[in-house]
Write a protein that binds this ligand. Structure first.
Ligand SMILES: Nc1ccn([C@@H]2O[C@H](COP(=O)(O)OP(=O)(O)OP(=O)(O)O)[C@@H](O)[C@H]2O)c(=O)n1
Ligand SMILES: C[C@](O)(CO)[C@H](O)COP(=O)(O)O
Length: 230
């Protein structure tokens, strides 16, 4: 069984308001993206890593991330697109044809654990499409354009979805191709598979598996990393 991972890292990190792509900011003294890749590089269940980066950052990624940290499983660095969805699709098209399963994981989530990788791979072998998520802690409201509440969904049914998300190779390629044909833009990969009327299994993620989006996330990630290092 062959498992590949696509890591989209071609965003701009606007919400981080840093003077560079947030994935190159340091966390525990190393670039955020290097932490993310290390998790998959060290996993005996992952055969191939496809990294997706902005076209003008391909060389930087090659020298300052892949070469510097000696990542051997990164087989390709592919140019991303204007949206996360486009970037992921570019990465998916570069995955080896003999891959059975593909994981998709945000470059901006450097705190994933090996246990979660093992768990999601075991589940995707059984169920074709799996996402990880955590129960939401706040009450979620749906508002209209005037910022007036129109509904309060029952919290028991709400999950905050994270990455990685894992899929059988042909299924996820079909989902991205169909979304592209239909001009559908989703905020995660599993929503594209839902459109094919396929079930997505959700397994328990971790509140520590943060997506580093704003400066407070980076501060929290620093605390988690330093605790893990002791
Ligand atoms: N065109 C894009 C946009 C996002 N991503 C990646 O998708 C992941 C999740 O996106 P997000 O955290 O929103 O990153 P950014 O788009 O960079 O953030 P922002 O919206 O603040 O600019 C990140 O690893 C990001 O690099 C990508 O590969 N290509
Ligand atoms: C895929 C994702 O991380 C799941 O929570 C999230 O939807 C990405 O959203 P973003 O706006 O691209 O950060």
């Amino acid at each position: 069984m062959k498992v590949s991972v696509v890591i989209p890292a071609a965003g701009q990190g606007k919400r981080m308001e840093a003077n560079k792509n947030k994935q190159f900011l340091l966390l525990g003294g190393k670039p955020i993206l290097s932490h993310t890749i290390t998790i998959f590089e060290s996993s005996s269940s992952i055969d191939e890593i496809i990294l997706v980066a902005q076209s003008e950052e391909l060389d930087y990624c090659q020298s300052e991330i892949i070469h510097k940290y000696n990542f051997n499983k990164v087989s390709k660095i592919i140019a991303g697109g204007a949206t996360r969805q486009e970037s992921v699709y570019n990465g998916l098209k570069a995955v080896s044809e003999d891959a059975d399963f593909i994981l998709i994981h945000d470059g901006a989530r450097p705190l994933l654990t090996n246990e979660l990788i093992e768990h999601i791979i075991t589940e995707v072998e059984k169920y074709q499409a799996v996402a990880i998520g955590v129960p939401v802690k706040d009450t979620i409201k749906i508002i209209n354009q005037d910022k007036v509440v129109v509904d309060t969904p029952k919290r028991d049914n709400l999950i905050a979805i994270q990455t990685p998300q894992a899929f059988r190779r042909n299924l996820i390629l079909e989902a991205y191709q169909r979304a592209c044909e239909d001009d559908y833009l989703g905020t995660d990969s599993s929503s594209l598979v839902e459109r094919l009327n396929k079930e997505i299994r959700v397994i328990e993620g971790s509140y520590e598996n943060l997506k580093i989006t704003t400066p407070e996330d980076l501060e929290l990630a620093e605390r988690i990393i330093s605790r893990r290092l002791v």
